[in-house]
Design a protein around this ligand. Structure first.
Ligand code: SF4
Length: 232
């Protein structure tokens, strides 16, 4: 086994092996995504799509979401939320794929190797994964830290005790600073992954990918800087 792409660390294989030959080997963070022998287009595409999903998750909690819905409604001719949300969702998933494709094309042109666009798309798509993870963690941190007390309020309700009050465990500004820090960690992971996937190539060769990671980072930071409202 040389990949844990499908593994959820349940530990069953470790427990069930009669010879104790299976073990968990800690690795340098991101190593698994830059040492893949056979990168797959579906994984690279999914990495890009997930970035779009992070953006949708955030945008639906911003004030601007209602304006976006109204704009889409004027195009679709319906106010059906499911239809208009689906349109926004599909657009958000396609955009990062186009960005990655454009970046792969630019990098191929800079290298004078126009044949390798698909190969570059597949190899470097994996570099978005650390930023994907950071975006999801930062988004869900907002829920955990600003709605966290709901856990014990609801637990108390199970035993007939009614508790109410502010649900947050931390102030919004504290949450924002933690979100920024997580996104910066994601950027470092993605930049390092580009560097390793690019076999420690020159800055000029890898510049388009660095620029893509930076762009995705700035977009994430901007969205996290805007005031978010809970969906319910
Ligand atoms: S059985 Fe082993 S390889 Fe399979 S999911 Fe569990 S820990 Fe991962």
């Amino acid at each position: 086994m040389d990949s844990s792409a499908e593994c959820n660390l349940c530990g069953n294989c470790v427990k069930a092996c009669p010879n104790n030959s299976i073990r968990i080997s800690p690795r340098v963070p991101t190593k698994e995504i830059w040492s893949i022998k056979k990168p797959k287009i579906e994984h690279a595409s999914l990495a890009a799509v997930i970035m779009g999903i992070v953006f949708v998750q955030n945008i639906t909690m911003l004030k601007i979401w209602e304006d976006i819905l109204r704009m889409i409604a004027s195009l679709t001719g319906t106010t059906n939320y499911t239809v208009n949300f689906t349109v926004a969702f599909v657009i958000s998933m396609i955009l990062p794929i186009l960005l990655l494709l454009g970046t792969a094309k630019l990098a191929s042109m800079l290298k004078g190797d126009k044949e390798k666009i698909k190969e570059n798309f597949v190899r470097f798509g994996y570099a978005i994964i650390p930023l994907d993870l950071a975006g999801h963690l930062a988004h869900n941190l907002f829920h955990i830290l600003t709605e966290g007390k709901a856990i014990w309020f609801n637990s108390a309700a199970l035993f007939g005790t009614s508790l109410s009050g502010d649900l947050s465990l931390a102030s919004v500004s504290s949450v924002q600073w933690i979100q920024y820090a997580i996104i910066i960690f994601g950027l470092v992971g993605s930049i390092y992954t580009v560097f390793r996937i690019g076999k420690k190539g020159s800055f000029k060769q890898l510049a388009p990918y660095y620029a893509l990671m930076l762009f995705l980072t700035v977009a994430n930071l901007y969205l996290f800087s805007l005031p978010m409202v809970h969906r319910v």
